[in-house]
Design a protein around this ligand. Structure first.
Ligand SMILES: C[S@@+](CC[C@H](N)C(=O)[O-])C[C@H]1O[C@@H](n2cnc3c(N)ncnc32)[C@H](O)[C@@H]1O
Length: 258
C-alpha cells in the first residue's frame, strides 16, 4: 500500500494533521470479533494484539478504536479483518474414517442426497467427500455438496481448486492421477469433481444462515475449536437445525468439544 504522508500524519479536509498511534486496548476489538464470528482469542490476547496491530499499520489505521469505528461502517474492511484473523488449515482426506462413514451412509440410502460442509475452508473437505462418494460407487447425479466459510479468500481458493503437495499428502497416487491434473507442483482438481460442490461465503451466526436450506447430512469439523464453551453449544444447535432428519448425527471434529 502506498501513502504520500509521513507516518503519524494524515489529510483531513485538505489539512495535514498529526495523530497519535494507540494500539493498547485490544479488548473492544476482541469482543466485537467474538460477537460477529464466534471466535475467541481469550487465551491468545497478545497474538491477537500483534496481528491486529500489523493489520492496522498496513492500512494506515492509527488506533484500535479507529479500526473498530471503520469496520462497523465498512463491510469490506470487516471482511478483510475476518480473512486476516481466521485459520483455514485443512487437507484432503483429513480424519478419513468419518468421511468413509458418511460415504457408506449415502451409499446405503436412496434418492438425491445433499450435504452441507460448514466450514469448508479452501475446499479440501467437501471435495474429499465428493471423491469418497464416487470411490464407493455413488453416482455423481445422486448428490450435491454445499461448502460454506466465513473467509472470502478461502472460498475463492476453494472455487479455483488448485492445490499444493501439502494439501494432497494423504491421497494415494491412484486417486491423484484419477481426479487431478498435475502441472509442476500444482494439482488442479478435475471439473468432474469441482462441479459437485458449490461454495458460498457465509457466517454460521448470521440470521441468513438458515436460508441455505435443509440437508441430509451436515459436516462441521475443526471450527468449534476456535469457540468458547457457550458459543460451541450455540453453533451445535444451529448446525443440528440444518438437518432434514433429526436422527442423522452432525459430523463434528474429534477435538471440537474439548
Ligand atoms: C481449521 S478450518 C477447518 C476446515 C475443515 N472443516 C477441516 O476440518 O479441515 C476452520 C474454518 O472455520 C471457519 N470459520 C470460523 N468461524 C466461522 C463462522 N462463524 N462461520 C463460518 N465459518 C467459520 C474459518 O474461516 C476456517 O476456514
Amino acid at each position: 500500500m502506498f501513502s504520500i504522508f509521513k507516518k503519524k500524519e494524515k489529510l483531513v479536509e485538505n489539512k495535514i494533521i498529526e495523530y497519535k498511534e494507540d494500539y493498547n486496548d485490544i479488548e473492544p476489538i476482541s469482543k466485537y470479533f467474538h460477537n460477529e464470528t464466534g471466535i475467541t482469542f481469550d487465551k491468545q490476547v497478545s497474538i491477537l494484539k500483534s496481528k491486529v496491530k500489523s493489520f492496522c499499520k498496513q492500512r494506515y489505521i492509527h488506533s484500535f478504536s479507529n479500526l473498530l469505528e471503520s469496520i462497523k461502517e465498512n463491510n469490506s474492511l470487516k471482511q478483510e479483518l475476518i480473512d486476516y484473523l481466521t485459520t483455514n488449515e485443512t487437507y484432503f482426506y483429513r480424519e478419513l474414517k468419518q468421511i468413509m462413514e458418511l460415504a457408506e451412509l449415502v451409499n446405503n440410502s436412496s434418492g438425491k442426497i445433499n450435504i452441507l460442509c460448514a466450514p469448508s475452508a479452501t475446499g479440501e473437505e467437501p471435495y474429499s467427500i465428493a471423491i469418497a462418494l464416487l470411490e464407493v460407487g455413488v453416482s455423481s447425479s445422486r448428490f450435491n455438496i454445499v461448502g460454506i466459510d466465513i473467509n472470502s479468500d478461502a472460498i475463492l481458493k476453494a472455487k479455483k481448486a488448485i492445490y499444493g503437495e501439502r494439501n494432497i499428502r494423504n491421497l494415494s497416487a491412484e486417486i491423484i492421477s484419477k481426479y487431478f491434473t498435475q502441472t509442476n507442483n500444482e494439482y488442479a482438481l478435475n471439473q468432474s469433481v469441482k462441479s459437485l460442490v458449490s461454495f458460498k461465503i457465509a457466517n454460521l451466526f448470521d440470521s441468513s444462515f438458515s436460508s441455505l436450506g435443509k440437508f441430509d447430512f451436515v459436516f462441521s469439523r475443526n471450527m468449534l475449536i476456535y469457540f468458547d464453551k457457550e458459543t460451541k453449544l450455540k453453533a451445535k444447535s444451529i448446525l443440528e437445525s440444518m438437518r432434514k432428519n433429526n436422527n442423522h448425527k452432525v459430523f463434528f471434529g474429534h477435538a471440537d468439544f474439548f
